[in-house]
Design a binder for this molecule. Structure first.
Ligand code: MLT
Length: 262
């Protein structure tokens, strides 16, 4: 059991196959709410706020939060709930956290969903941009530093303002700590071929944050995986196209369950 984990605040809905829906950066569990009514009849959904995001406490004195730290918190949550094995579906940074979990705790993972996510590490330019953003947040504040970000996250004009508000409700210190953690996350591309549980890769065809090639690459390297491309969806496809996103995940849950009963 890892040390220094943080007790995560989470929502729980439905019964059956345990599925953890992990949010991305710099957001919280509420991004998944549009798919909850569609998925709750089919699974036990657990929606945590990662450390320091939403209502979850931040790690005390932590100035850089790594993907592994956030994966360890999820392990502690599964232990607390008495769940031996869960499906982890992570959006973007949540996918990086799910991959860190897959590497550290493969026996606790019953399925992996990479939703608008990738296995590749940051290129040097991206790493630099993250450090610049962290610096801007410190010097000029979150509202200035995230200017234009909500527009890149969603393909739906009417969602830009709610997404912007959600970003602004996050703790600037935690946003900085996770930028640093993402910048130094290891490349997990090589790891993909050792993940043997079922996997699904979901990509929004209008994703302005992540090129489709990254999703295609992850899908090719995972042992047992398929790719779902969602039209008219940006990076936040669960908000942009909840029905199509829920459908992709439901089919995935169904496949896992059919496989378990074989
Ligand atoms: C996210 O949505 O979690 C971020 O876009 C991930 C990233 O910046 O790499």
């Amino acid at each position: 059991m890892p040390n220094n984990t943080v007790p995560l605040v989470y929502e729980e809905y439905g019964q059956g196959l345990p599925v953890v829906l992990i949010h991305g950066f710099p957001l919280d569990h509420t991004i998944w709410e549009p798919v909850v009514p569609l998925l709750r009849p089919h699974a036990r959904l657990i929606l945590p706020d990662l450390r320091g995001f939403g209502k979850s406490p931040a790690g005390e004195g932590v100035t850089k939060q790594t993907m592994r730290m956030m994966a360890d918190d999820l392990l502690a949550l599964l232990d607390q709930l008495g769940i031996e094995q869960a499906v982890l579906a992570g959006h973007s940074m949540g996918g990086y956290v799910a991959l860190a979990f897959a590497q550290a705790y493969p026996h606790r993972l019953g399925g992996l969903g990479l939703v608008g996510s990738q296995a590749a590490a940051d290129k040097p330019e991206r790493r630099q941009a993250r450090m610049k953003m962290a610096d801007e947040i410190k010097r000029r504040g979150l509202p200035h530093a995230i200017n234009g970000m909500a527009e890149k996250l969603t393909a739906k004009a009417e969602l830009v303002e709610p997404v912007r508000e959600l970003i602004l409700s996050q703790d600037p210190k935690v946003v900085i700590a996770s930028l640093k953690g993402m910048a130094e996350r290891p490349d997990m591309t090589e790891e993909l071929s050792s993940i043997t549980c079922p996997a699904v890769v979901v990509a929004g065809l209008q994703d302005a944050m992540l090129p489709l090639e990254r999703a295609q690459e992850a899908n090719q390297l995972l042992v047992w995986s398929w790719l779902v491309e969602i039209p008219d969806a940006g990076h936040l496809m669960m908000m942009d196209q909840p029905a199509a996103t829920a459908d992709a995940l439901h089919k995935f849950f169904h496949t896992i369950e059919s496989n378990q009963t074989k």
